[in-house]
Design a protein. Sequence first.
Length: 266
Amino acid sequence: MPYFKTTDDCSIYYELMGDAPGKPVIVFINGTLQTTVYWKIAAKELARRFRILIYDGRGQGDSDLGNRPLSLDLHAADLKALLYELGIHQSALVGLSHGARVALTVANQSPDLVTRLILCSISTHASFRAKMIVRSWHEILQRHSLDAMVWAALPHVFGRTFLKENEKQLDRIVKTIVRRNKTEALRAHLEALQHYPPLGNVLKAPPFLVLVLTGEDDLLVSKEGAEEIAEICGGRHIEFKGIGHSLSAEAPKQFIQIVTDFLSGI
């Protein structure tokens, strides 16, 4: 299993797919509760045309939490160091939810590293409802178990259609998510989230194309907020009908086609 060591001796797990010289690079960045496994279906399909990098951020999946306080700057620094280590000088960044915040941070700090930006399941300002949902996850994790927190999160990270169609698989899905996460690391992640700067304060028009993707049935993100991101960044917004927060998992074929079309010019 390939790992990258940061300057503070934190091991970051990553995978390269479609590793052929000359192919454009896509980097997928995990959201909360996600690991590299989340991107596998899309990554394997897109690896036919692109070079793909998937990795677990600090405290996610097979990566260490480390001893430094989590922050957007730290996540961005880790990704930039990983890209440098792998000799990747430019790439398209695809981030979902928390991963979209990391992608934006890298794009703001080092726009020369980015060719295009796809921001999934994100909007300018978190609603009071969304803040309370995330706060409830943290409170449950503090007082109960990781299993309880994941069950509480399930109706918020997946849309109604997906939950209904996969009703008999929900126990397995929860067990899989629990197995891929660590309580201490997730607690640190949720605590750090509460101190992130408002997204609206850091948005600006970048020197590359931006696409914003959201689900119609996403309780954590507003269509208006997503459209505002697209407007500020000079990009466009696409809404997935009947889909929740986990776009790639809920609508993989639609997600792959949209990403392919958007990145076909690089």
